[in-house]
Design a binder for this molecule. Structure first.
Ligand code: 5GP
Length: 172
């Protein structure tokens, strides 16, 4: 099998990674969206297939079996991208936070990293609060964002500011 192209979409919480990923997938049927595993509990109203929701034991078992392309602990929960198993000819899209993106870039330097930034901290805060996460998570994510944006810019192939979606996609 030819090695698939890996497109990583990363950026701080509330940057708008999900909207960009959804648009990419809708526009190109060759793209295959990786479904992450997480130990986080499902949010109210969140779709059942947003993640594979697993226990910590199940997650740790998969780590031990080298079943993740990358994984990380984020705000007390584990998140990981299973080693992809895709049909030949399809390219892979991962929507992950920065630590995971750094791991993918280290093992697959040919991966393309699209780093998404929110238009402003105020807008980022508004988006995060709209998700129903506890307020202390919102505060932690906002605090992390400056550093993530600095680190992300160092390894990104493209930096996109997700203000107006059509405009964002032009830069990709
Ligand atoms: P949330 O709990 O809001 O769904 O996700 C928290 C953060 O983890 C987001 O930045 C999200 O993109 C990231 N994330 C989701 N899946 C993965 C994954 O498989 N690996 C890594 N490294 N981060 C992930």
């Amino acid at each position: 099998m030819n090695e698939a192209l890996i497109i990583v979409v990363s950026g701080p919480g509330g940057a708008g990674k999900g909207t960009i990923v959804q648009s990419l997938i809708e526009r190109d049927s060759q793209l295959w969206l990786s479904r992450s595993w997480t130990t986080r509990t499902q949010r109210e109203g969140e779709s059942d297939d947003a993640y594979v929701f697993v226990t910590r034991d199940q997650f740790e078992e998969r780590i031990a079996g080298h079943g993740f392309l990358e994984w990380t602990e984020f705000l007390g929960n584990f998140y990981g991208s299973p080693v992809p198993n895709v049909e030949d000819g399809r390219d892979i899209v991962l929507e992950i936070e920065l630590h995971g993106a750094q791991q993918v870039k280290a093992t697959r330097p040919d991966a393309i990293l699209v780093f998404v930034r929110p238009p402003s901290r105020e807008e980022q805060q508004r988006r995060l609060q709209g998700r129903g996460d506890p307020e202390h998570h919102v505060v932690e994510r906002l605090k992390k964002a400056e550093d993530e944006e600095r680190q992300g810019a160092k390894i990104a192939d493209v930096v996109v500011i997700n203000d107006d979606l059509e405009l964002s996609l032009i830069h990709i």
